[in-house]
Design a protein around this ligand. Sequence first.
Ligand SMILES: [Zn+2]
Length: 160
Amino acid sequence: MAAIRGKDTKPELLVRSGLHKLGYRFRVNRKDLTGKPDIVLTRLHAVIFVHGCFWHGHSCHLFRLPGTRTEFWATKINANRKRDNAVRSALLSDGWRIATVWECALKGKGRLELQGLLTELTTWLEGAESLLAIRGLDLSPGVASSMDASKATEPDATNR
Ligand SMILES: [Zn+2]
């Protein structure tokens, strides 16, 4: 699981190299910005987070609380989600636009086709919307789809 977290995880590299090939230039892991966004496009006032579904408690098929030390993980992941919300609020109030690309959009059986994902992302980059969330295909009927990132306040991770 630790491998999901570091700053050069594969899903993040897919997004970075894809954007780079399309001509976008950006900075990575800018430490002076709240939340150290994975990708920062200063001219477009946009930041992109590539979120690991486990660490950030995504409601998708890649997230499942471990059977051991369950309370520990639930507490930790809830804290991560709270921090994500605080980071998002702070960046928005500083005038940044925020895209969240979930790991499940880039790997696993629900992943999206990369070119389509990049098209969605670059359309947003060139537009004026404040928020974008891209997630993988919803594989389990009944799980709420899309836009989690903008309303991820309820700690449903504890109910697993
Ligand atoms: Zn996910």
